[in-house]
Design a protein around this ligand. Structure first.
Ligand code: NDP
Length: 249
């Protein structure tokens, strides 16, 4: 199973307990990386790490709430001490709390900004300096097409995902000379627990807007992450790469 391309790399993937994050963790492990699978629920990230190990890969699980500033800081410090750095950081964890603007609660706003945007700041703050010292790194932030085009009932989510795009470009400029590439991916409609919660009639409406007339798979995103982590992508930084079957052109 292990090929040489990411064999020397250590990767941390947030939201790796399910869905897109699980597929990313799998894809990086298949390229040989040691993968730290982070999610809120221990059973989820532990299952993913165990599956990777059973398939001949290398992984560990850490259950931590990515919105908990102190916990993320302590986790980063522990990882840096134990593993001497993380080469690849994928900020993927995210949540939805959809509500029309006039009905959106302060909690809906705060929770979504914290989980989707502030979490990326916390992990980056914890790991970037060590990455810069090694003069090689990859950061990939999972944004959304909603950050580009907005979404009814998604003012909080769109703000967070658009925020991730600006965050990506700023950090990319700061660390480009250190051999670190920082990019964002904007997925369209990908089949996961998150989208399965959308009512069937709305899901059908979304699919009508996709020129390819189908939803995307988690592998569609994971394959791009694996590519961006490879040496073949060493000259790509500060970009937002859209993977949406042509939904937004
Ligand atoms: P899922 O809901 O299937 O999985 C979300 C993952 O994030 C879970 O592993 C969950 O942990 C973790 N997570 C959520 N909140 C926290 C938290 N506070 N602390 C730690 N972990 C947390 O989502 P998807 O796989 O669909 O989405 C992944 C990313 O892709 C998200 O950022 C999402 O916004 C983005 N995206 C998804 C699209 C889609 O169509 N699915 C489209 C565009 C973007 P646990 O398993 O422990 O509960």
């Amino acid at each position: 199973m292990i090929s040489s391309s990411l064999e020397l790399r250590k990767a941390l993937v947030t939201g790796a307990g399910r869905g897109i994050g699980e597929a990313i963790a799998q894809a990086l492990a298949q390229q040989g990386a040691y993968v730290i699978c982070v999610s809120r629920t221990a059973a989820n990230c532990e299952r993913v790490a165990q599956t990777i190990c059973e398939q001949g890969g290398r992984a560990e699980a850490i259950a931590v709430d990515v919105t908990d500033r102190a916990a993320v800081k302590a986790t980063c410090e522990d990882i840096l001490k134990r593993l001497e750095g993380v080469d690849i950081l994928v900020n993927n964890a995210g949540i939805l709390r959809n509500a029309l603007m006039v009905q959106m609660s302060y909690e809906d706003w705060d929770d979504v900004i914290q989980a989707n945007l502030t979490s990326a700041f916390l992990w980056t703050k914890g790991l970037l300096y060590a990455m810069a010292r090694k003069r090689w790194g990859r950061m990939i932030n999972i944004s959304s097409v909603v950050g580009k085009i907005g979404g009814i009932g998604q003012a909080n989510y769109a703000a967070a995902k658009a925020g991730l795009m600006g965050f990506t470009k700023s950090v990319a400029r700061e660390v480009a000379s250190r051999g670190i590439c920082v990019n964002a991916i904007a997925p369209g409609f990908i089949e996961t627990d998150m989208t399965r919660s959308i009512q069937e009639k709305w899901a059908e409406e979304f699919v009508k807007m996709i020129p390819m007339k189908r939803v995307g798979s988690v592998q569609d995103i994971a394959a791009l992450v694996a590519f961006l982590c490879s040496d073949a992508a060493a000259y790509i930084t500060g970009q937002v790469l859209t993977v949406d079957g042509g939904m937004t052109m």
